[in-house]
Design a protein around this ligand. Sequence first.
Ligand code: F6P
Length: 327
Amino acid sequence: MNNAITKIGVFTSGGDAPGMNAAIRAVVRASIYYKKEVFGIMRGYEGMIDGDIVKLGARSVGNILQRGGTILKSARSQEFRAPEGRKKAFDQLKKHGIDALIAIGGDGSFAGLHVFFEEYHLPSVCIPGTIDNDIPGTDFTIGYDTATNTAVEAIDKIRDTALSHNRLFFVEVMGRNSGYIAINSGIAGGAGAIIIPEDHMTFEALYAILKPGEETAKKSNVVVVAEGSKIGGAIELARKVAERSSYFDIKVTILGHLQRGGSPTYFDRVLASKLGVAAVEGLLHGKQDVMVGVLDNKISYTPFETVRSGTHAINEEDLRIAKILSI
Ligand code: F6P
């Protein structure tokens, strides 16, 4: 046990994700369980720089397990990218006696913490919290399961109205450059086609999937498009199809930030709870400059350096399954 650590600072950074609150709760309660003080740093690196730091107790994280968003708020900080900003942040942490950090966020947040660790050597552990599921070193990121369920629910609803009106819908889901939400919500929602950045599907190939509808009188369909699609987003693809054929009555729905909110699923609550406890225990056992994740259902700690240079590839097999089932 690392008894040199006395005060742990926890913060959320980057895009929020359902389950972040469950992770905060786990970090706070595990810290207190191990007799450490714990501080919440508001608004990510922005609050660190401004000294917006509050002491947390076991009761201050009551009744948040089931809530979406993050009680600590989140931000993407430009100032922290500069050495002067990081110096201000370090001075604030020192003022509060904080000697270890736990960040809950995505790859951008980790990169910032890695640089900070190299400069100031504060033991730090990251917890992967992003709906994108695009982080290596963990099979799942906090929020991904909830966001995908939200997308599936939306696709189900769109399918109802698509069928009633014989319409072709392009549904755009989030995921920045990652197709995880798209591929799995597409399979679960029975999409006619799924467009993800990792695939090399061309517009011609997409059109070849839709075109037979003209012969078979299949007008109604749902195409799921990842926002990072290399052949255009939902609006552009809808426009291109409309230019080719007047047969389809086309509509577009962009799910957007809807996918970032809402009560976390049981899966995200459990994942967040496990990772929160493991982050604290990792710190207390001397882990630093690492990300805690779950690989093959086991807690694992991956050095930031490895996380930064890797990718979390989608399973090619999933694409094949989606294609077989969409005939
Ligand atoms: O990284 C999470 C995410 O929701 C991405 O899927 C999306 O591209 C991005 O954040 C949107 O960011 P913002 O909330 O800043 O618009």
